[in-house]
Design a protein around this ligand. Sequence first.
Ligand code: URA
Length: 211
Amino acid sequence: MTHPKLTLVDHPLVQHKLSLMRDARTPGPDFRRLLREISLLLTYEAARDLTLKTQTITTPLTEMEAPMLAGADPVVVSILRAGNGLLDGVLDVIPTAKVGFVGLYRNEETLRPVQYYCKLPPELSGRLVIAVDPMLATGNSSAAAVDLLKEAGATDICLICLLAAPEGVACMAREHPDVRIVTASVDSHLNEKGYIVPGLGDAGDRIFGTV
Ligand code: URA
C-alpha cells in the first residue's frame, strides 16, 4: 500500500548521503553530520507550500515587490530521541520555527509506542507542523505522535523521515492519510525485530553513540 501524500526525495545529493549513512562503517560524527544535511534537504520539500506575500524592498538598484514568508511561523516537533538528529537541519532552513518535543519509546515486545513526554508550542492550528523522526518503521510511534499533534490542534502536518518501511507507510495511510510524508527512501520490509531492511540499524544508537 502506498500513501496519497508521500514525497520520495530521490535527489542525487540525498541518495548519496543516505548511502553513506547506511554503511555500517560510517563513524558517529559523520552519521550525525549527514543526517543534519539530509534533514535540511528534506525540509525544502516539506516547506514547499508555505505562504508567501510580497513586500516592497529596495535592492542596490531599484525598488521591487519581493516574495517573503507570511503567516504564523512553522513548528517542528522532534519525536524523541532520534528525531533530535533531524531537528537542527530543519532549524538551519527555518530558523524562526518554534520547537516541540514528543517522547515515545517502543515497547520491544509489543512494538507499541509508550508516551513519556510531551511539550508543544501553543496554537498549532493553521500553521505548518513538521514532525521529525528518522525511521518510519511499524508506523505506530509516528501515528501516535500525530494523534497528539492533532489533539493539540494541528491541522497541517508533515512527517519528515529519512527512511520508511512499507509497513509504516501503510500504517500512516490507514490512520493519517491527510498527513504528508517526506522521505528519502521506502525500503524493502521490516524484520522480525521491527528493524527496517536494508535500513541503517538503530538510528538513535548511531546518532548518540549508544551502540
Ligand atoms: N528504529 C530504528 O532506529 N531503526 C529501525 O530500523 C527501525 C526503527
